[in-house]
Ligand binder design. Structure first.
Ligand SMILES: C[S@@+](CC[C@H](N)C(=O)[O-])C[C@H]1O[C@@H](n2cnc3c(N)ncnc32)[C@H](O)[C@@H]1O
Length: 235
């Protein structure tokens, strides 16, 4: 997943402004404002780069191509090729975060519990967990929308979201890239799982207290919010 798309990721996704703002706000509100930070699903290192002045940064990702870009962007960060549902780093962190609906990439939902347990095991008591999710509302809206296309570095990129089967909560992001010149077009499918907020909180509960649950605008979020950001304290 993401290996073919990695070279286009930054240009297609743009600046990580919204998620960075939310992360910075949570860190300022709930601390700690320094120490060791770990990103689960760090991708090309867009967020790690911004945390580096204040935190000693680590990131893990399951895509070698994404991680290679992160390594060039953040040479001082410790980077791990690993699965966020099954990893062990022999260090305790002050902040662990996973943003841009990375958790939605994990299925089935039981594995979300594995991610929360591993985050708890890698956080010191009192440490902060920050993550965001696309809600079912948002994924369903995206699946009803027209495909979205754009030009990036001379390549044509088309993104289309579908719900493979209405009896499941899996939505598929179909990414098609037609590179310029003679290069072969390629496509990838990135699945995202919709999980209800009540279920997310039940799976957090053994280890974490929820400090904040807000939408894109920082208002209290619910099931009808498109995107939800969580700040949680390791008990
Ligand atoms: C939408 S991107 C987000 C990247 C980055 N967090 C950002 O904000 O730009 C999702 C990333 O999660 C990674 N990923 C998906 N499932 C994963 C898993 N089980 N373990 C580790 N990384 C995973 C993908 O390879 C991809 O780099």
């Amino acid at each position: 997943m993401y290996d073919g798309f990695a070279q286009y990721y930054d240009a297609v996704m743009g600046a990580p402004t919204a998620r960075l703002e939310r992360l910075a706000e949570f860190v300022a509100d709930y601390g700690p404002t320094g120490g060791r930070a770990l990103e689960l699903g760090c991708g090309t290192g867009l967020l790690l780069e911004h945390l580096q002045p204040d935190f000693e940064c680590s990131g893990l990702d399951s895509s070698p191509s994404m991680l290679e870009i992160a390594g060039r962007r953040c040479p001082a960060a410790s980077l791990y090729l690993a699965d966020m549902t099954n990893f062990r780093i022999g260090e305790a962190f002050d902040v662990i975060y996973s943003l841009f609906d990375t958790l939605n990439h994990v299925s089935p939902v039981e594995r979300w519990g594995d991610v929360f347990r591993l985050a708890a095991e890698h956080l010191r008591v009192g440490g902060l967990l920050v993550f965001d999710v696309n809600t079912r509302t948002r994924l369903a809206d995206l699946s009803r929308a027209e495909p979205w296309s754009l030009e990036v570095d001379g390549a044509r990129v088309v993104l289309d979201v579908t719900q493979a089967d209405s009896s499941t909560d899996i939505f598929e992001f179909h990414i098609e890239v037609s590179p310029p010149g003679e290069r072969e077009p390629f496509s990838e499918v990135v699945p995202e799982l919709a999980v209800g907020l009540e279920e997310i909180e039940a799976r957090l509960h053994p280890w974490f207290s929820v400090l904040a649950r807000v939408d894109e605008a920082g208002r209290p979020a619910g099931e009808i919010s498109g995107h939800v950001y969580y700040a949680c304290r390791r008990r």
